[in-house]
Design a binder for this molecule. Structure first.
Ligand SMILES: [Zn+2]
Ligand SMILES: [Zn+2]
Length: 356
């Protein structure tokens, strides 16, 4: 079969590799679509993990082979895969810290080499410990919708880490595919969302998905006049510089946005770091904002297995309609091009997917 093999920093090559052999309790899935995720892009660009590997973990496809002891599945099932599944039993799992669970850190979907997701290939092998994460895709839904379950899960997990009350005002910095998912899910939960981005085209979609206010992020500060798109002029005047942000979610790895968010969030508000995944970064934060102002600095990484049914309902019912977030589709042969576009988005591009 063909696969896009990572051979070193910025080096993705289309190669012929063996179709994975499966064990008695495993599945072989023919990949229909795989999303290009920023965490994979970072590994490819910066070479943070040793090659060779086959990346791609937002995978949906069809079961084409079943181990004799793989139960609950049939050949022909259309499924979405999760490459990480926690044990639900260890110290970390008992604290609901699934991303820190040793089993969770193992990758259970592979197309060969050191397991790394494997979705950028024609077939993947699904190991027994991630079978509880396999979700069947309803007939009315597409493979692309199935492939979005994983990123939506990571977003819902982060939202659940925040102590929000309906009617709260939440800043979502960055309206790429992930930021737009935040905007939509927060709106569905009754929050007032202020969406910011560098691109007007994305703000337009953010408004469509439920953002109450939008603001071009190029202006260094978020001026109070950014707020009342749907309010009268007098309300604007009254509310000037008074609207408190209860929370801020950073869906961009921008330190300037972080400093701004810390400033803008009210006392005892919360700041969620969702995109600061590169190690070694330090910022000159005033830690009294945390101690005296009681502002919480939180992070969230990866998915929460226990949210999967809720995520599937949101996506498959199209309350969160992910179809409008997918703008570009590439064949496997152009995997490098897909990664390139996803890492340098244009005003027209949002989620990029690869279809072998
Ligand atoms: Zn991802
Ligand atoms: Zn565990």
């Amino acid at each position: 079969m063909r696969a896009a093999v990572y051979r070193g920093p910025n080096d993705l090559r289309i190669e012929t590799v063996p179709v994975p052999r499966i064990g008695p309790r495993e599945l072989l899935v023919k990949v229909a679509v795989c999303g290009v995720c920023p965490t994979d892009i970072k590994k490819i660009h910066y070479g943070t993990v040793p090659p060779p590997r086959i990346f791609g973990h937002e995978t949906a496809g069809t079961i084409v082979r079943l181990g004799p002891r793989a139960q609950g599945f049939r050949i022909g099932d259309r499924v979405a895969l999760h490459h990480h599944v926690p044990c639900l039993d260890c110290h970390a799992c008992r604290h609901h810290a699934f991303a820190q669970c040793e089993q969770y850190k193992r990758t259970g979907v592979t197309a060969g080499f050191e397991p790394a997701g494997g979705g950028f290939a024609e077939y993947v092998r699904v190991m027994p410990f991630v079978l509880p994460g396999v979700v069947k895709i309803p007939r009315k839904n597409s493979f692309e919708e199935g492939a979005m379950l994983e990123p939506v899960n990571t977003v819902l997990k982060a939202i659940k880490r925040l102590s929000l009350l309906p009617g709260d005002t939440v800043l979502v910095a960055g309206q790429g595919p992930i930021g737009l998912m935040f905007t939509r899910l927060l709106h569905l939960r009754g929050m007032n969302v202020l969406a910011t981005d560098l691109m007007e085209s994305r703000l337009k979609l953010a408004r469509k998905l439920g953002a109450r206010w939008t603001q071009l992020a190029s202006t260094a500060e978020i001026p109070p006049t950014a707020f009342p798109l749907r309010s009268s002029k007098s309300q604007i005047a009254n509310r000037k510089s008074q609207i408190p942000l209860d929370s801020a979610i950073l869906a961009v790895p921008s330190d300037a946005a972080l400093r701004q968010a810390i400033q803008r969030v009210r006392g005892a508000g919360q700041i969620m770091l969702f995109a600061h995944t590169r190690r070694g970064a330090t910022t000159g934060l005033d830690l009294a904002s945390v101690c005296v102002d009681e502002k919480d600095l939180l992070g969230s990484y990866s998915s929460d297995f226990t949210l999967q049914n809720e995520v599937a309902r949101l996506v498959f019912s199209r309350k969160l309609d992910v179809r409008q977030l997918i703008t570009h589709r590439f064949p496997l042969a152009e995997a490098a091009k897909a990664v390139q576009l996803a890492s340098k988005p244009t005003p027209q591009s949002l989620k990029v997917v690869i279809s072998p």
